[in-house]
Design a protein around this ligand. Structure first.
Ligand SMILES: NC(=O)C1=CN([C@@H]2O[C@H](COP(=O)(O)OP(=O)(O)OC[C@H]3O[C@@H](n4cnc5c(N)ncnc54)[C@H](O)[C@@H]3O)[C@@H](O)[C@H]2O)C=CC1
Ligand SMILES: CC(=O)C(C)=O
Length: 262
């Protein structure tokens, strides 16, 4: 493959967890990958890029806060400067919060919306503008969740944002189809990352259960009988980013080991 044939991806929230898994998988699939995360995660992020390079891939680490459109535009600009174009954008960055609705403040809701919903909007828009300018289509992929299909107690604010990602994904798919761009989202279930460490800590603090009890309770609803791993999500994103998914757009697909059925 010449470097002009090589497809180029951006993955946000790639310093750890699901985003790291996706970046590493896309690199193994042969894509050059710009990995992005908050400046506070610079060290972990650089280690991900270094790991990809040491395995024979091409990667660059770029910091960006996805809630700021200027930083997301700069992320796309810097990726194109480094690798020449953009083919795949995975808007993976996200945060969680655990609050019963009666205790939730507008500040907390605002924080979630800024990262999980505006962050995906900023990413979709910056990616689409670049892909439309290039004129050869592309694949835009967003992080939703089982919480985009069903509300879970104490995850109300989070669920609002993920439900929003589903709506955005349907509209973007319709508006950008004529440019050859597909837009889909992945909806993981219970993935064993730092995000679930936080959810378990906050939920058990609310319920008075022992640490680990919330994760155990949620995990018991998984038909396949084990907590999801980042690589389970990454395999599906690999498909969404590939030409095999050319005829699929506007979908927010459950990849949860059998928790919800639609
Ligand atoms: N862990 C789970 O069970 C599930 C996770 N998801 C979604 O998958 C995505 C990844 O989740 P995890 O890897 O589990 O979380 P994580 O907390 O392990 O990693 C998230 C990454 O996003 C980064 N990030 C946070 N805010 C950011 C911002 N404003 N700008 C740029 N980067 C930012 C963090 O620094 C971190 O590296 C999220 O969108 C999450 O909502 C969806 C369903 C289940
Ligand atoms: C983190 C997440 O999306 C759930 C529902 O656990």
């Amino acid at each position: 493959m010449t470097s002009t044939d090589q497809r180029i991806a951006i993955v946000t929230g790639a310093a750890r967890g699901i985003g790291k898994g996706i970046a590493e998988r896309l690199a193994r699939d042969g894509l050059a990958v710009a990995v992005a995360d908050l400046d506070a995660m610079r060290e972990e992020l650089s280690a991900v890029a270094r790991g990809i390079e040491q395995s024979g891939g091409r990667s660059v680490a770029l910091t960006a806060d996805v809630s700021d459109p200027e930083q997301v535009n700069a992320l796309v600009r810097d990726t194109v400067r480094e690798f020449g174009k953009l083919d795949v954008f995975v808007a993976n960055a996200g945060i969680a919060a655990v609050d019963p609705l009666l205790d939730m403040t507008l500040d907390e809701l605002d924080r979630l919306v800024r990262v999980n919903l505006y962050g995906v909007f900023n990413s979709y828009q910056a990616a689409a503008r670049q892909m439309i300018e290039q004129g050869h289509g592309g694949k835009i992929i967003g992080a939703a969740s089982i919480a985009a299909h069903k509300g879970f107690e104490m995850l109300g604010g989070y669920s609002v944002t993920k439900w929003g990602v589903r709506g955005l994904t349907q509209v973007a798919a319709q508006e950008w189809a004529r440019h050859g761009i597909t837009v889909n989202a992945y909806c993981p279930g219970i993935v064993g990352t730092a995000m679930w460490d936080l959810i378990d800590e906050k939920m058990t603090a609310q319920t008075g259960e022992e640490r680990g009890a919330a994760l155990k309770r949620f995990s018991e609803s998984i038909a396949l009988g084990r907590v999801e791993e980042p690589k389970d999500v990454a395999s599906f994103v690999s498909y969404l980013a590939s030409p095999d998914a050319d005829y699929m757009t506007g979908q927010s697909v459950l990849i949860d080991g059998g928790i919800l059925y639609s």
